[in-house]
Design a protein around this ligand. Structure first.
Ligand code: 1GP
Length: 252
């Protein structure tokens, strides 16, 4: 099944998913991934996301191949630019940064990327990408040269997501930015959740099982965890247990 179909089906059933984010710049040796890969295989992780707002190393392809060699989970590109396209992944988040007004990230990079993506087998996941203010300036806000949506402007975020859905985007990703001081609030997630019916991805600053659970309760379908696992890989066990319990309660 395609990743998009799988996510939509799970979302309609109320089932939650987890993506582990790997930032290539943080991986100076592939073996650094070993404990995370083992934990992902042993727990209920659904996807690996690979990418970053600024990737300055050339190991993207090697990392994707290494992940695919060790686990059977789909690898999804989470690119900061058209430079981060790699055919060894399974899919690409085709991100339009709809919270910002930088034309290059609304449509420009996409024009450059389109023929490259078309010439290989990557599944395209058209995604409305929305940055939410989370405290101090994040790398993604700085590099994208966009202003995140203020964290208390719930209807602004809801209308942005609505417009994205009306434009045909099939996923909405609310991101506080990697390592954010404050994760996206429950109220913000909830107001966006109520405004669209496409699956909702939430990430940035989720560094405890409590925060992960709060995001799921507020309406996130897929939570993305990166930074926190670099410091504490075992956190994945706790988060995965909460997601597992949630999904079991839906099944029964
Ligand atoms: C960032 O949503 C992702 O774009 C994940 O954020 O690294 O803070 O988990 P963290």
């Amino acid at each position: 099944m395609s990743i998009l179909k799988d996510l939509s089906t799970r979302s309609k059933q109320g089932k939650k998913s987890i993506a582990v984010l790997v930032d290539p710049d943080k991986i100076n040796e592939l073996s650094k991934l070993d404990s995370l890969l083992r934990l992902a295989a042993e727990n209920c992780v659904d996807y690996f996301f690979v990418g970053g707002s600024l990737v300055s190393t050339t190991n993207l392809s090697a990392i994707i191949k290494y992940i695919k060699r060790h686990v059977t989970l789909p690898v999804v590109l989470f690119p900061g630019s058209a430079l981060q396209i790699d055919p060894s992944a399974d899919a690409i988040l085709f991100l339009s940064l709809i919270s910002g007004r930088n034309p290059d990230l609304l449509i420009g990079q996409h024009v450059i990327a389109a023929p490259i993506i078309k010439s290989n087998n990557l599944e395209v996941l058209p995604t409305g990408y929305m940055l939410i203010n989370s405290g101090k300036t994040t790398s993604v806000a700085y590099i994208s040269n966009t202003t995140p949506i203020p964290e208390d402007k719930y209807s602004l975020a809801a209308c942005t997501a609505m417009a994205g859905e009306m434009l045909g985007l099939q996923l909405i990703y609310l991101d506080a930015g990697s390592g954010a001081e404050r994760e996206v609030s429950s109220k913000m997630i909830n107001s966006v959740r109520k405004s669209v019916s496409v699956p909702l991805i939430v990430g940035g600053g989720i560094n405890s099982a409590e925060k992960a659970t709060r995001a799921l309760q507020a309406g996130a379908d897929l939570i993305v965890i990166g930074n926190a696992l670099e410091k504490e890989p075992d956190l994945l066990i706790e988060i995965s247990d909460s997601v597992y319990e949630w999904n079991q309660s839906i099944a029964s």
